[in-house]
Design a protein around this ligand. Sequence first.
Ligand SMILES: *Cc1c(COP(=O)(O)O)cnc(C)c1O
Length: 393
Amino acid sequence: MNYTVDKNGFYGGFGGAFVPEMLYHNVKELQDNYIKIIESQVFQKEFKALLKDYVGRPTPLYFAKRLSKKYQTNIFLKREDLNHTGAHKINNTIGQILIAKHMGKKRIIAETGAGQHGVATATVCALMGLECIVYMGEIDINRQAPNVARMQMLGAEVRPAKSGSKTLKDATNEAIYDWIANPENTYYLIGSVVGPHPYPDMVARFQSIISKEMKTQLQEKTGRDYPDKIIACVGGGSNAAGAFYHYLNNKKVTLIAVEADGLGAKTNKTAATTQVGTKGIIHGSLTYLMQNKEGQITEPYSISAGLDYPGIGPLHAHLFFSKRATFLGATDNEAVEAAFELTQLEGIIPALESAHALAALKKIELNKNENIVINLSGRGDKDLTTYIKILKK
Ligand SMILES: *Cc1c(COP(=O)(O)O)cnc(C)c1O
């Protein structure tokens, strides 16, 4: 079984680049250049320096003693929450802004749902002095005022998507129209391991720093460079892809992906794509997505904005289909409970997304001598209003 992308952008039966003819040249330009650029010495030098001094890498691998005691196993947290801007997303936006620079692009566009990827994009555009336009559904703009303010303070223009359901998928459509209209000078910066080839592979490569560091850190702490299990939450799948990357071919490592069940996978308020989704094309890639009988994307739901995505990237579709990874779901309530548990046992307030990964501890078999890594994708500051509502109940 092969888990790397083939030359057409497929992971097994999933992936590809299903784009309108007018985007063919943009996508082809990126396909033809991304590996050359990433592997060049100039790029690597700049990328590593920024990850170290701007993002704050390597992030620690922390042995969570009290949590481990409670679950009678050895639990390590990969602290992506300690990155600049509070999550793993910055690893990818730093990588792609350097790609854009190397390709001579002067104008950056992105779409965002809750605003997390928009903020990470606006951040690196400020860093590089590049024009930044972020498309965001009108409803999301109203729901996510603090992130809109952050993007504006960083100098980005936030453009409302007013069509359809006025949420993420509509913002995606607007970004794609923009790219079609401005093919020469514009770079489209995608926020997860989704989109047409080469985005899923490119984003996975940038996030793979997570498991690269894990190998060294586990060797130091456990005398072995791999854990028994890795647990990560999946929205589009980029933090999970990064945490799994260097272990995809090591069958001794059990990979556990946790999706958001929302109010329950059997209700229509869910984002559990592998449970309720079917094969189809979303965002230029053949994968699993939530759609109705007519093939229209259905609106996902989760308490955590970052997992509120109606599909999963093609690598994850392949990991699910081939059974290389185990897919679980955690509900809103289970995630919130796990967030409070981590906070009170370890003094770490996790992002609601990451709390879904933590919730898996109650759903899997655990053994006393195992080493488990949970990818703590982000910090909980942004979710404080949600947490405060629960405290007041
Ligand atoms: C965006 C986000 C996610 C979900 O995105 P993936 O691409 O699946 O990683 C998870 N955790 C945090 C903290 C996020 O901001």
